[in-house]
Design a binder for this molecule. Structure first.
Ligand SMILES: [Zn+2]
Length: 455
């Protein structure tokens, strides 16, 4: 049970905390803009942590600064690293917002602003929790560090180099990230796996220039025809990826996990409809939707270019064609091995008279959190205490770059304890965060810190 003095502090300071969050939300830090808003957001956070007794620094990166902070030393206690980001998605199109994205408005139990959920609101739950320990006189129960970056929304380009340089300062026993959501309102959730990514660009080249398709048609192999055939050959009719070895290291989903997922309130028809589709038909046809999305690797062609695409006709055999292809990977799949298998497949399927090359744009492994780790147990109990029911364990089909970098550079499996709701309009107009999630999140964060300290 969370210390009553800490809980009481959080419950009696809700209005003051909301005012502080509104201050932070007024600072429009967007990573790919050249103004000083990100510097101001970083300064605000460093000052906020500084007044709570943290040693907080703003450290430059090639893009936007990061905030590193360490709380007062608590001898013989473990250390937790809290990661978050202060940058937000651009708010455009502005005309679709009911109120100004950077003039937060509280309405019907929600706070509306860009960043209200992603990630300022979620990050702020941890500042509230830390403040409650410090100001209630209890003191922090363990060593707390913050790593708050300002370029998450552009893919965390500096995180790898930054964590390499500052890894020693960020050493910890556990890490928590609140930048995700409940599976549904009223259903607290812990995300236990994220998929990895191998991103390749396949280029097929033929003649040295576009040729006359009449004079030379029937003599010269066509790169666009060949590329289209190669991309088509990457899947079998049952939806499985046809590249040999693609599934070699994939672990089947256990019966217990599959049964738990089938209990989740996932309405396939409604999901399809919300996407403008009749049916969710991607992936391996014999498997349930959530399993295809969370636990199976996939291959998708993201775009193809080649030949003449202008108005009217132009009768050519094109000189080249290329395709961009993303492969989402699951635990135990080695991105390098997957890319090697892709190259072999391309070599074996390139027709005579043409050449193919593969350029690799990204290769990062999946992230899997051990559901039996002490940190996950601390989070489970904290969510149950704060929200009145134990969390469900879910996965996420996407990749979160910082999570993978924290795992690789710091050796930490982050606990993904998010407080958002699916209806928070992330990256969209009218982003919002439920006040009940903000307050519940602060209790959960405080309980998490206390539970972790007790282990
Ligand atoms: Zn985020």
């Amino acid at each position: 049970m969370l210390d009553p003095a800490v809980r009481d502090y959080l419950e009696t300071h809700r209005a003051a905390h909301l005012d502080r969050l509104i201050e932070l939300l007024r600072i429009p830090g967007i990573a790919n803009r050249r103004d000083d808003a990100c510097d101001r957001a970083a300064r605000w956070l460093a000052d906020a942590l500084g007044t709570l007794g943290f040693r907080a620094n703003i450290l430059p990166t090639p893009t936007k600064p990061a905030v590193l902070a360490e709380g007062p030393a608590v001898p013989d206690a473990p250390t937790v690293l809290i990661y978050g980001h202060y940058d937000v998605q651009p708010p455009e199109p502005l005309e679709l917002w009911h109120t100004d994205p950077f003039q937060p408005v509280v309405r019907d139990g929600w706070i509306y602003a860009r960043g209200a959920d992603d990630d300022k609101g979620q990050l702020f739950t941890h500042l509230m929790a830390v403040e409650a320990f410090v100001r209630s006189g209890k003191g922090l129960p363990l060593n707390v560090k913050f790593f708050i970056e300002g370029e998450e929304e552009i893919g965390s380009p500096s995180a790898d180099a930054f964590l390499t340089e500052h890894g020693a300062r960020l050493a910890a026993d556990a890490c928590v990230i609140s930048d995700s959501a409940f599976f549904a309102a009223g259903l607290p959730s812990l995300t236990c796996a994220l998929r990895g990514l191998a991103y390749v660009e396949l280029t097929v080249t033929g003649p040295s220039a576009d040729l006359h398709s009449g004079l030379l048609g029937g003599l010269v192999a066509n790169p666009v025809n060949a590329l289209a055939a190669m991309v088509a050959a990457m899947h079998r009719p049952d939806g499985r990826v046809a590249i040999p070895g693609f599934y070699d290291d994939v672990e089947p989903v256990g019966e217990a996990e599959r049964a738990a997922w089938s209990e989740l309130p996932f309405d396939e028809a409604a999901c399809a409809q919300s996407l403008g589709l009749d049916v969710l038909a991607g992936g391996e046809k014999h498997l349930p939707a959530l399993e295809r999305n969370w636990a199976r690797p996939t291959l998708d062609c993201n775009g193809i270019v080649g030949g003449y695409t202008g108005e009217g006709s132009k009768t050519i055999i094109p000189a080249r064609a290329s395709a961009k292809i993303s492969m989402r990977l699951v635990a135990r799949q080695d991105p390098q091995k997957i890319v090697a298998g892709f190259r072999r497949f391309v070599d074996e399927n390139t027709p005579p008279g043409l050449r193919a090359s593969v350029e690799v744009h990204a290769a990062s492994p999946a992230v899997q959190v051990d559901p039996d780790s002490p940190a996950v147990a601390a989070a489970r109990n904290a969510l149950a205490e704060a929200f009145g029911r134990p969390p469900v364990l879910i996965r996420c089909g996407a990749s979160v770059p910082a999570t993978e970098v924290i795992q690789r550079r710091l050796g930490l499996h982050a606990v993904l304890m998010g407080f958002g709701l699916p209806e928070d309009n992330l990256h969209s107009p009218n982003e919002r965060f439920a006040l009940s999630q903000l307050y519940g999140g602060s209790i959960a964060s405080a309980a998490f810190l206390q539970n972790l300290a007790a282990r």
